[in-house]
Ligand binder design. Sequence first.
Ligand code: SF4
Length: 238
Amino acid sequence: MAANSSIEWTEATWNPVTGCTKISPGCKNCYAEKMAKRLKAMGQRNYKNGFKLTLQPHMLEVPLRWKKPQTIFVNSMSDLFHKDVPLEYIQEVFYVMKRAHWHRFQVLTKRADRLEEIAPFLAWPPNIWMGVSVESQDHVSRIDHLRRTDAQTKFLSLEPLLGSLENLDLSGIDWAIVGGESGFKARPMPADWVNGIKDQWVDAGMAFFFKQWGGVQKKRNGRELEGRTWDEMPALAN
Ligand code: SF4
């Protein structure tokens, strides 16, 4: 399945892998888990295993068939660097992204240690943006793993933000997305956490994207910060 996306910072999603396992507090209310169960109940073929990690090789070449250039979030329903995704399969995903050079691919992981470990065995053309998720200070080491890869555009997804992030080392990082958790069990995100990060980014002259306040009433809470929206993107390398 490939689809236009309602995620504010991308245009489409592509899932050559589905399913995952939880690895840190940011995973607690995983949206992909809820969606996978719903899609299984609806009888969607790619989700017959629900949220169990499943390779979807028939999905590998889908972006090559999309002729219109798009920004594509890779594996919105999984984590490409999960330990059960073989290196050879990850290499195939990267090979498709390289061949589909007219698109821009956004790959995001919480398995930053495995990312760094296998990054030397992957090709890093400019149309692949690589990001790590960091929900709190306990996980900032993921940024160091990302920094040590050869990805040409590097970004952070600070979502769901679960704590303040002080004195981040921004060297080598191009972009940050910040967002609060949404849904009935959403954990709160005080404004000073968001402002603290935004100030670090703006002071450094870097691209900042504020996705949402989140909460139970996500739409009502909106996505304005200090009276405006923040939709900045990194300088385009491709
Ligand atoms: S890593 Fe992402 S997809 Fe996997 S369980 Fe955590 S939040 Fe869900």
